[in-house]
Design a protein around this ligand. Structure first.
Ligand code: NI
Ligand code: MN
Length: 226
């Protein structure tokens, strides 16, 4: 799987011959100013929740690429109201098999409303299985014991977890989460974008190391093969 980082919580993963894009927030992220948003490929756009720092560029990219938007029911309905009919609604706990692999929508502990105040359903995460590998994209979430259920059902090769604190888990809780989900390789997200969520990168990596876990903090624009 080829993973590319577009800043904040936005990644693309090329797998199963498809481009999966998660939580696009690029055009309004000063840290991602060097990303050419018109070059981003997407066959599917996953939206973990409605907050603007996860959905800002979703409709524009979906319209340009024709991508299918995957999100909880209320997010799918919102996308249709924006004029984008190509959506796939899910809800917490459900699995669906797409042409690139299987997706389970899982619980996140967070809020979810659009910038106009309209309801975005519950916040969610995704577990994706494709090409014989599985990864977890948690979205914005607190640490929760429910993460242990993910390890009951999935053998994760890597996971995307927030580490920025204030709005989500901090580094200490993200390490606990990595234990709950039984995953040794975490890719950090949701840090540094705003003044509230600045992270000392070396300190974060060292703390994960002390727990026997690998934390990868990707540079914006960087690609990894996983
Ligand atoms: Ni949020
Ligand atoms: Mn957020």
């Amino acid at each position: 799987m080829k993973v590319k980082y577009y800043g904040h919580s936005c990644f693309s993963i090329h797998t199963g011959g498809k481009a999966l894009l998660f939580d696009p927030f690029i055009s309004e992220n000063p840290l991602a100013k060097d990303i050419d948003i018109s070059s981003i490929e997407a066959d599917y756009i996953f939206l973990s929740h409605a907050h603007h720092d996860h959905t800002a560029d979703a409709i524009a990219i979906a319209e340009r690429t024709g991508a299918k938007i995957i999100g909880i029911w209320e997010i799918s309905e919102w996308a249709k109201r924006q004029g984008h009919e190509n959506t796939h609604p899910m809800n917490i706990g459900g699995f669906f098999t797409f042409d690139f692999g299987t997706v389970q929508m899982v619980k996140a502990v967070h809020s979810s409303s659009f910038s106009d105040g309209s309801y975005g359903g519950n916040a969610a995460g995704f577990v994706i299985s494709s090409e014989g590998k599985s990864f977890y994209y948690s979205g914005d979430t607190a640490l929760t014991f429910d993460m242990q259920l993910i390890a009951e059902r999935h053998n994760l090769n890597f996971a995307f977890l927030p580490i920025g604190n204030n709005f989500t888990m901090d580094i200490t809780d993200a390490i606990s989460a990595s234990k709950f989900i039984k995953c040794n390789h975490i890719i950090g997200m949701h840090y540094d974008t705003f003044g509230y969520i600045l992270v000392d990168h070396q300190e974060a990596v060292n703390q994960f190391n002390l727990s026997g876990k690998l934390l990868t903090l990707m540079n914006i624009g960087q690609t990894l093969d996983l």
